[in-house]
Design a protein around this ligand. Structure first.
Ligand code: HXC
Length: 514
């Protein structure tokens, strides 16, 4: 059938718009090791599934000669597609068009997609590559950001919101990713900052490169703004899909189940945790010895490594794991690790993902720095999040559970559903050395051989209190189990909790210690 003039015209229009900012700008994009906006979307969604909308939208700016400028798609590509055959809403800012800057119509395209995502109850994926507010559009650009932030907040806890930083994300633009659930960054490509190096130099006289100020490493290791770090865009897209395989499409659903698989044979749970409570080990090996195929998808791997968070499966069902990491700072809780764990707990709770907590830690980190950084306020977040969460919550005490840490790490008192402990665990107000020095101080001081007396008293304290049986005798621990029984015990606990129904008093909202 011969193509009509109208169809040929449509095709020509589309081809022109698909060229974005033109060959030269695309070449610049490619030379920086970046894919184009369209290539990025097509690499993320299922093959042939992307449907673009608002391709013909034009900007309405008139000042600064803008009326003479054509900005294809107004610098952003928006549409719907599928991932694993399930719908998603997606947008990608096109840096080749006016630096992906955000003007009124650009913002409207994004907010239209956000409204769709919320109504359709599907994940929203936003790819950021932009110079920020389009300077020529003034307050209209600022209004655009405000509309986006409002919708990010509205959708929070209802649909998953993923932000992928694949270029600059400067000024107030950073607050949209910060309001979303997961932020992905790529080495040498992602840059996030409120004020760039030039402003910093002018105002403060300090010199810093863009990479050192707000590159991928900085946000994955220091600020905690990023949740996933990749060496290439390709690796980043793999991480996005991996994450989506673990989480539900909205807060009214549960995560998709996969066929049950056994852990790999290499991980022998009984050999991982040393008996000596001062010996470190990698708690991720414990998680891997428990989960299907020993596959643990870690979140925020490089930030606050003294706590480990991430997803794994037990007999095909997604579980959120939170575990103290004795390999770093003995697994203590501090400001950063409390923030990291607290937000993850809230994520799992909002999206119906059962939480398993593996505990081995000496308490909160002491020190002036921590106190002055607000460890009281930050540490309280973890208490708040566990207490607030109503999804199935299960804890296993692997070794040490001292003081505030015992309470904070999903104790019975914060409404853990099931509390298990390994037989070598020590559940007490503090470690035996510290405890003996305080409560037997006089006896030790007055003894003929104080060292010998101290050792004796430490032993006495250990036998009496530093074990799981005092807590088990009071019903705070439900069961003392052998390490090899852990997976079986956890699977049972998760399975019996599938229809858990729990509530909290009705309120407009609580006031978590932000
Ligand atoms: C309009 C912009 C722009 C912007 C870039 N461009 N940013 N146009 N508004 N914000 C245009 C450039 O003029 C250029 O157009 C093209 O995009 C590519 O930009 P280059 O500078 O050539 O690219 P590059 O050298 O790679 O540098 C990228 C950059 C730089 C680091 C992002 O462009 C930059 O510093 N931009 C400004 C960043 C910024 O301060 N934004 C405002 C933040 S305030 P031509 O036509 O030459 O190709 C903000 C407030 C929001 O966002 C508040 C919300 C609450």
């Amino acid at each position: 059938m011969a193509l009509t003039r109208n169809i040929l015209d449509l095709r020509k229009r589309k081809q022109t718009i698909e060229k974005g900012g033109g060959d030269k700008a695309i070449q610049k994009q490619v030379s920086m090791g970046k894919l184009t906006a369209r290539e990025r979307i097509l690499a993320i969604v299922d093959e042939d599934s992307f449907n673009e909308y608002d391709m013909f939208v034009e900007h309405q700016a008139r000042d600064f000669d803008m009326d003479k400028k054509v900005l294809h798609g107004d610098g952003v590509i928006t549409g719907t597609g599928t991932i694993f055959g399930r719908p998603v809403c997606i947008y990608a800012q096109d840096f080749t068009v006016a630096g992906g800057s955000l003007g009124l119509m650009h913002a409207r395209k994004i907010t239209k997609m956000m409204d769709h995502a919320l109504k359709l109850r599907v994940p929203l994926i936003g790819i950021n590559d932009s110079g920020g507010a389009r300077i020529q559009e003034g307050v209209n650009s600022l209004a655009g950001y405000g509309e986006i932030f409002f919708r990010n907040t509205l959708a929070s806890g209802v649909i998953p919101q993923l932000s992928v930083i694949l270029g600059p994300c400067a000024g107030g633009a950073v607050y949209s990713p910060a309001l979303t659930d997961f932020v992905f960054v790529v080495e040498n490509i992602s840059k996030m900052f409120i004020t760039g190096p030039e402003v910093i130099k002018t105002v403060l006289g300090e010199e810093i490169s863009m990479e050192d100020l707000g590159g991928a490493k900085v946000h994955s290791e220091i600020t905690g703004n990023a949740h996933f770090y990749a060496l290439s865009e390709k690796e980043c897209f793999k991480q996005i899909k991996e994450l989506l395989s673990f989480i539900p499409w909205n807060n009214g659903e549960k995560a998709r189940s996969y066929p049950a698989k056994k852990p790999k044979r290499g991980y022998k749970i009984q050999n991982i945790v040393p008996n000596d409570p001062s010996q470190p080990y990698d708690v991720r090996d414990v998680i891997k010895s428990l989960v299907d195929e020993s596959y643990f998808f870690e979140v925020m791997e490089k930030f606050a490594p003294n706590i480990v968070i991430g997803f794994g499966r037990l007999e095909g069902d997604t579980i959120g794991f939170i575990a103290n990491q004795p390999k770093y700072l003995a697994g203590v809780l501090d400001c950063d690790s409390s923030d990291k764990a607290a937000r993850f707990i809230r994520y799992c709770d909002a999206f119906n993902i059962p939480i398993i907590t593996l505990e081995d830690m000496p308490g909160y980190l002491p020190g002036v720095d921590q106190e002055h950084m607000g460890v009281i306020r930050h540490g309280a977040k973890i208490l708040y999040s566990y207490s607030e969460a109503t999804v199935p919550k299960i804890t296993v005490v692997l070794r040490k559970a001292y003081g505030g840490g015992y309470i904070a790490m999903n104790s019975r008192h914060l409404r853990a559903d099931f509390m298990f402990s390994w037989p070598n665990a020590e559940i007490a107000v503090m470690g035996p050395e510290g405890a003996a020095n305080i409560i037997f101080r006089k006896e030790i001081m007055n003894a003929e051989d104080p060292d010998k007396m101290r050792k004796l008293k430490v032993k006495e304290y250990k036998e009496k209190f530093a074990n799981p049986y005092v807590a088990a005798a009071k019903g705070y621990i439900d069961s003392v189990i052998e390490p090899e029984e852990t997976r079986k015990t956890l699977i049972h606990a998760v399975n019996v909790s599938k229809n858990k129904h729990d509530g909290r008093p009705k309120k407009k909202h609580g006031l978590p210690p932000f």
